[in-house]
Design a binder for this molecule. Structure first.
Ligand SMILES: [Zn+2]
Length: 150
């Protein structure tokens, strides 16, 4: 089906344009004005269709680029995260540091949310997204002593 930015549709339109050129050549460049009008209309139609399909294809490529970029970022994040206690932390040289991330959200949805201290409860942390609670002792803030963080 046309209108989906498929290469086969683009090729079909370009072949149609090529066919118009062949018809003009085969006529020995001697065409009635009415035939010439009709053939030029076909040519214009074929080129317009190819342009439209190329525009759609470019949109698809844009989307794929964005998808690849997001996947690359996710892979990079995954490579630099380590579980420690009940949370995930950024890691450098296998050493975890910084603030804890919710393990439920990371393992379930690959999303990172910092745990917050529960108001008036110093020993409980909470995820602002899934509202799971964690013991503060098992999700400490880790100093980055000795690490070269960029
Ligand atoms: Zn969560």
């Amino acid at each position: 089906m046309a209108g989906q930015g498929k290469l086969t549709d683009i090729m079909r339109s370009l072949n149609q344009a090529n066919e118009v050129g062949r018809m003009i050549r085969e006529s020995g460049f001697q065409l009635e004005k009415s035939d010439l009008k009709r053939i030029l209309a076909e040519l214009t139609g074929a080129i317009s269709e190819a342009k439209m399909e190329l525009g759609i294809l470019q949109g698809h490529l844009f989307d794929k680029d964005a998808e690849l970029k997001a996947m690359g970022e996710l892979l990079h994040t995954k490579a630099n995260l380590r579980r420690r206690g009940d949370a995930y932390y950024k890691a450098r040289d296998n050493q975890t540091y910084g603030q804890p991330y919710c393990s439920y959200c990371w393992e379930g949805e690959s999303k990172l949310f910092h745990l917050h201290n529960r108001i008036l409860k110093k020993d409980v942390r909470i995820c602002p997204h899934c509202k799971n609670e964690y013991q503060a002792a098992r999700t400490p803030f880790l100093e980055a002593d000795g690490l070269l963080i960029q």
